[in-house]
Design a protein around this ligand. Structure first.
Ligand code: DX5
Ligand code: ZN
Length: 218
């Protein structure tokens, strides 16, 4: 396997000091930004104006996870602003193939996310148009929840489809990733690990990133 990618989620950071909180994880690979609209999920976080400001101060690529309704309308703005990867939910997108094309045309990678209860099988043709697959390992909406191990079957399926050349995707996992669960996820074939509370809840976020990477490589 390649070097595991670690993407700290600023959902668990101090929202009054986001620039510093991103600097504190300079050794990470991507910064994961959770956009929630209080409709697709029962929580509200931040939107495009904040992401635009973060893009100006972040040396790391921003991985924007849109937990919003009608991403067909809103996702493109994040790509145009300069986000590295823009992930939309398959449960919310009206025309996910067109959406991926638009995101790529705007210069971003296109990501598709599936909630824990959403099977992959129904969306394999759609995934051909995407660069990243974000497997949710908790119900989206909040940080600090427990990892749902059942979703590892989806990771294994995706890994197999990538390794056999049927799909070309970065396989990403999000929710309940910590020093213990990251090993199972790595074993199942995850490329990129999102971690919120395990990074920003730690005494030293930079060390937490390195510890997670070491566990994922073990
Ligand atoms: C949850 C978000 C996650 C969240 C993960 O809906 O998509 O990115 O920050 O938090 P932890 O790592 O604490 O489960
Ligand atoms: Zn997320």
């Amino acid at each position: 396997a390649h070097r595991p990618l670690i993407a700290p989620s600023i959902l668990s950071a101090d929202f009054a000091r986001l620039g510093e909180e991103i600097e504190a994880v300079a050794g990470a690979d991507w910064v994961h930004v959770d956009v929630m609209d209080a409709h697709f999920v029962p929580n509200l976080t931040l939107g495009l104006p904040v992401v635009e400001s973060l893009l100006k101060v972040s040396d790391l690529p921003l991985d924007c996870h849109l937990m919003i309704e009608d991403p067909d309308r809103w996702a493109i703005g994040y790509a145009e602003a300069g986000a590295y990867n823009v992930t939309v939910h398959v449960e919310a997108a009206h025309d996910p193939v067109m959406l991926a094309k638009n995101l790529r045309a705007a210069g971003a990678k296109a990501g598709l996310s599936v909630k824990p209860g959403t099977p992959l099988e129904d969306h394999l043709d759609t995934l051909k148009h995407y660069d990243t697959l974000l497997v949710m390992s908790v119900e989206p909406g909040f940080g600090g929840q427990s990892f749902i191990p059942d979703v590892l079957d989806k990771v294994r399926t995706a890994r197999r489809l990538v390794d056999t050349g049927h799909l070309k995707l970065v396989v990403e996992i999000d929710g309940g990733i910590n020093a213990e669960t990251i090993e199972q996820a790595a074993e199942a074939g995850v490329d990129c690990f999102v971690a919120g509370s395990a990074v920003y809840g730690a005494e030293d976020p930079a060390k937490a990133v390195e510890a997670l990477r070491a566990r994922a490589s073990a």
